[in-house]
Every structure is written in C-alpha cells, then in structure tokens.
Design a binder for this molecule. Sequence first.
Ligand code: NAD
Ligand code: USQ
Length: 397
Amino acid sequence: MKIAILGGDGFVGWPTCLHLSNAGHEIHIVDNLSRRWIDTELGVQSLTPMDSIQERCRIWKEVTGRKLQFHFLDIAKEYERFKAWLQEYEPDAVIHFAEQRAAPYSMKSDRHKVYTVNNNVNATHNVLAALVETGIDAHLVHLGTMGVYGYSTIGAAIPEGYLPVGIETLSGETVEQEILYPTRPGSVYHMTKSLDQILFQFYAQNDGLRITDLHQGIVWGTHTDQTRLHPQLVNRFDYDGDYGTVLNRFLIQAAIGYPLTVHGTGGQTRAFIHIQDSVRCIELALQDAPKRGERVRIFNQMTETHRVRDLAELVSRLTGAEIAYLPNPRKEAEENELIVKNDQFLALGLNPITLQDGLLTEVVEVAKKFAHRIDRSRVPAVSAWTKDLAARVDRDP
Ligand code: NAD
Ligand code: USQ
C-alpha cells in the first residue's frame, strides 16, 4: 500500500513509519515539525538524541534499503497545499497522528488552548474535506484517545466507541439503537479528540468516507524492533512535565534519583499500551478497512489498566525510588475504576505485551544511558487546570 503518515516524525508516528516500511509499504511522512518547535518553546529536549527527520530517513535507507519520503507540510494551516499533495500522491491509506497531543500543554494558558483547538480540529477537518474533494478513497486511520470516555466511578465496562441505548418511541415501544459513547473529556486536548469523533461520524455518513478511530491508552516504552536497528533510528522520549506521560516519567525519575511524582492520591486508573503493540495495532487496523457507507469503526487500543499509585509502587520496588504524593495540578477524579473492552484487536490476533519487569528495566537502562541530557528543573508538572489549582502546584518536590 501507499501510506501517508501525518505526524510521522512523532513518538508513535516514527516507529509506525518504520514498522510499515519494514512490512513493504510505500511510506510518505507528512509533518510540520511543530513538536520539535514546541521543545524549543518549552526549553526541553527528548531524552534520547533525535536526528533531523531527513537524517533519520537517510539512515533507514542505509540500514534496510527502503525509502521513506518526507514532506514538510502543515495540514492545519495549508489546506490547498495538502489537497494538492493528496491529489498528486493518491495514498491508499492515511494515518493521522498530526495533532497537539499533551493535555498539560493544552491547559498551560489561553494561548495554548486556542492553539490546540485550532491545530487539532482544523487538521482533522482539512484531511476529511480534502479526501472528499479529491475523491480519493483512502482508508483514514486516526489516533484518538481513551480519554474521550471520561473516568466514571461506577466501574462499568467501556465498550468500543458505541453504547447501546433503548429509546421509547411515540407508540410506547422500546427501540434499541447504538450511539457514540457520550464524551467526557478531561482537558482541552481531550476535548479536541471528542470533537474529532463528530467530524468522523458526519463524513462517514455524508460522504461514505472509510474511517477507523483508534481510542488509544497511554503509550509507554521507547524501542520497537525497528528503532533498535541503529542508534540514529532511536525513538523520541518525552520526560518533561508537559509531554512526558506517567509511566515513562516514573521510569526516568527512578533512573536519576528523583522522587516519583504521583498526583494526588494516585487513585487515578488509566489504560496503557506498549509502543510495540501500538504500532502492531495500527497495522492490524489498516488490514481490516471498513467498507464505504459503513459507520466509523472504533477500536479501544489498550492492553491493560493500572492505578497510578500502583505503578509508582511497582517502579519503586524495582528501583528503590522514593514516592512523592503531590498536590494534583489537574482537575480529575481522585479515584476511579476503569474496565475497558478491547475484544476487536484480540480477535484480529493481537498478543498483548503487558508490564513486565524486563521491559521496565529496559526503559530505566535507556534513561540511565541518557541521564546526562535530563534537565531536572523540567521534571515537575506545573501546568494547572484552573487558576485555583495553579496556586497549589509543587514546583520542587
Ligand atoms: P507527538 O507530538 O510526538 O507527534 C505528533 C506529530 O504530529 C509531531 O511530529 C508533530 O510535529 C506533528 N503535527 C502536529 N500538528 C501538525 C500539523 N498541523 N501538521 C503537520 N504535522 C503536525 O505525539 P505522539 O505521542 O506520537 O501521538 C500521536 C497521536 O497519537 C496523537 O494524535 C495523540 O493524540 C495520539 N495518542 C498518543 C498517546 C501517547 O501516549 N503518546 C496516547 C494516545 C493517543
Ligand atoms: N500523572 C501523575 N504524575 C505525573 C504525570 C501524570 O500522577 O508525573 C497522572 C495524571 O494526573 C493523570 C495520569 O497520570 O491522572 C495520566 O497522565 P498522563 O500525562 O500520563 O496522560 P494523559 O494526560 O491522559 O495523556 C496521555 C497522552 C495523550 C493520550 C492519553 C491517553 O499525552 O496524548 O491521549 O495519554 S488516555 O490517558 O488514555 O486518554
């Protein structure tokens, strides 16, 4: 297949490019490198030293003989250029990672809220409008988030995207219907993913676009089979208070002797998936494209759920790290249950990688190797969800 990978320079995008190129597909990376600019804005860098995207593509060619093509393009701001690009390259599939993906970054200030909404909603809508206008019948695979469902305390299993409801008709009969699971986003970033869902529903119904939306949990780990092939193919690894996700942060904190930063009681339960499984799931979803006229296919892309304090205790047992329970900068339920259905990927043959000491140790080893690149002052999470919470944030645990 000829595959366009929007956001292919990012944490999940890059290993996906390598995995699919390795499987023999023709890969076109479309990225505006905004994530690299945001590193500059925040004054942080990936834990792992990342080469330019052009250099990464050159090394991949040298190591495997396979070509990756990079196209520098902003899909949110350059609609006409993107449409012309689609027309010229006519991909069979489009994988859409190209959004601002950090909840804390999206809550930093009104400017960051506006940027996140403009970038994410326009990016998604531009892709949809351009597919319709060009008539290109590509399968669109979007990376969404488990966070659209919200975190209720009732402990019912979350279905894959749709909720069956009984509606009473005028004649008093109860008719069963499936509706999009009601969204309850917990940040401006998660809110944009909820808006994306409505855009997808409309364009599948109105124009017959073939769309798969992957509701992904928190991705952890760093290496995949392909990123290991050469030091310059290494994946990016975010550890700072805005972009670092919880388990990866705990692992680097352990590696540098920094107390593990648990927000609140750590009673938040979240869904997780290892980066290797993430790229495998995307491949499985690609192989199982919906037909024209079918409703949006939604998969829960996660393999296990964990409570934040249990993760901290696990990492602490493994490494001897201390745990710091900090005032929570986010507005979120202190404690929640999370049961998630992921039957569709299991049925397609996913054999999940679960949290194992070996893999955790592997990430700690990566962190130790690059510990000299860590700026400890960028570890605290200081982006607060409200002005009241900002006053309580602990900048130096
Ligand atoms: P990332 O920030 O590392 O990568 C996103 C890439 O998209 C970057 O290379 C960025 O430069 C590019 N991009 C952003 N806006 C763009 C635009 N307007 N035009 C062109 N390129 C643009 O993020 P990631 O961790 O790789 O996540 C990828 C996707 O997966 C995101 O949509 C995210 O919401 C979703 N996701 C990520 C996680 C996770 O834990 N990392 C979990 C669930 C879902
Ligand atoms: N947390 C801590 N300590 C930390 C960092 C986070 O206790 O140092 C807590 C947070 O308060 C939150 C939980 O850990 O309760 C998860 O935070 P996170 O930053 O790991 O994840 P989140 O903000 O939800 O976002 C990440 C990705 C996002 C993706 C989402 C999947 O950045 O792109 O959509 O995970 S999910 O959470 O399933 O919605």
